[in-house]
Design a protein around this ligand. Structure first.
Ligand SMILES: Nc1nc2c(ncn2[C@@H]2O[C@H](COP(=O)(O)OP(=O)(O)OP(=O)(O)O)[C@@H](O)[C@H]2O)c(=O)[nH]1
Ligand SMILES: [Mg+2]
Length: 326
């Protein structure tokens, strides 16, 4: 392993300490940083067996630092968690491997969704439902969304569920996937759009909710088989970040997979890397940089005012993400 890197909180702390602010201002900013640093983010992945939950977690996050934990008691929980400092990922076992097993897993998912944290709020911030876009049988997953997740999350459901249509590369049995460019051709692009629309319609029929699925690839490599790097992973990350409450976002920012190639291939609807960077920069503005007078614009964030320490702190955050998202 490479040498120990400073985490985002430490870098921000350094910037504040090295600034020419008064001691009182430094103390105020450090105390805000401490508040932000205490926030926990919990994300749960659910879906059918083999849809790519584990692959997605590995692609998104820096699992090198993962302390892998398992449920305390395999009798009562089958969901394993990966704790990455302030970020906890809950990886549930795949559904579709037997009726009794599915019942148990479903019970565990419901229990986890109903768990309340010390702040009186549900501990799970977000559920990411992973579907295999090459699968003909998505019935189990529709049942999970329509009969379990949505009823459990109630009025919050559309704000706390993301649907990922994974394995875009093999959605048409590997046809129409541009290996070199690592993206779908026009035929596959249209196919994926129809697939996403049909998933969206099934969920809307069942629950009345409008959730737009994101077509992506977690990536895949195995000798001799169809290989691909992640595709639209930045788009998936961007939608995750937007759901996480602002004051919690640095917990995510700190654990994003730094493998550049994971973030290089996206559709061209948006610059998701830049958008995601902005989502993180906003946190710094809102929670650490309190009031400064000098006007300016960084990354085109509108209506925000930059001054003294902001330049340095924002610069740190921005350069971290520039080096990841390119
Ligand atoms: N072609 C392709 N294969 C993928 C992709 N994502 C995952 N896979 C493969 O699909 C298989 C299952 O992936 P996992 O990540 O283990 O799936 P899972 O949902 O965690 O499965 P369970 O833990 O058994 O429920 C593995 O062989 C992966 O390499 C993808 O985007 N494209
Ligand atoms: Mg798995």
């Amino acid at each position: 392993m490479e040498q120990e890197m400073k985490n985002i909180y430490e870098l921000l702390e350094e910037d504040i300490m090295n600034s020419d602010l008064s001691e009182a201002d430094k103390a105020a900013k450090l105390s805000r940083l401490l508040q932000v640093r205490s926030k926990q983010v919990n994300i749960m992945l659910v879906g059918a067996t083999g849809s790519g939950k584990s692959s997605t977690i590995n692609a998104l996050f820096d699992m090198n630092v993962a302390k892998v934990g398992t449920g305390v008691d395999p009798e009562t929980t089958t969901i394993s968690n990966f704790v990455l400092d302030n970020l906890t990922i809950w990886d549930s076992p795949g559904l579709g491997d037997g009726v009794e097993r599915d019942k148990r897993i479903t019970r565990d998912i419901i229990a986890k969704l109903n768990e309340i944290g010390e702040d009186g709020k549900p501990i799970i911030d977000l559920v990411v439902v992973i579907m295999d876009s090459s699968s003909k049988d998505l019935g189990t997953t529709y049942n999970l969304i329509n009969k379990v997740l949505v009823p459990c999350l109630g009025s919050e459901a559309s704000k706390r569920i993301i649907i990922g249509l994974n394995q875009a590369d093999v959605a048409m049995k590997g046809n129409h996937w541009h290996k070199e460019a690592n993206k779908p051709d026009e035929v596959l692009t249209q196919y994926l759009k129809r697939k996403a629309a049909s998933v969206q319609a099934r969920v809307k029929d069942g629950t009345g909710l409008d959730i737009t699925p994101i077509c992506y690839c977690a990536g895949y490599c195995e000798e001799g088989k169809n290989q691909c790097k992640p595709y639209n992973l930045t788009k998936l990350l961007h939608s995750i970040v937007q759901i996480i409450p602002r004051e919690k976002r640095l917990a995510l920012a700190d654990k994003i997979n730094t493998k550049k190639e994971n973030w290089e291939h996206d559709d061209e609807e948006d610059d998701y890397g830049e958008e995601t960077t902005k989502d993180f920069v906003d946190v710094v503005f809102d929670y650490i940089e309190v009031a400064s007078e000098v006007g300016g614009k960084i990354l085109g964030v509108p209506g925000k005012i930059l001054g003294g320490v902001a330049g340095a702190v924002i610069g740190t955050i921005t350069s971290i993400f520039k080096s990841i998202f390119g």
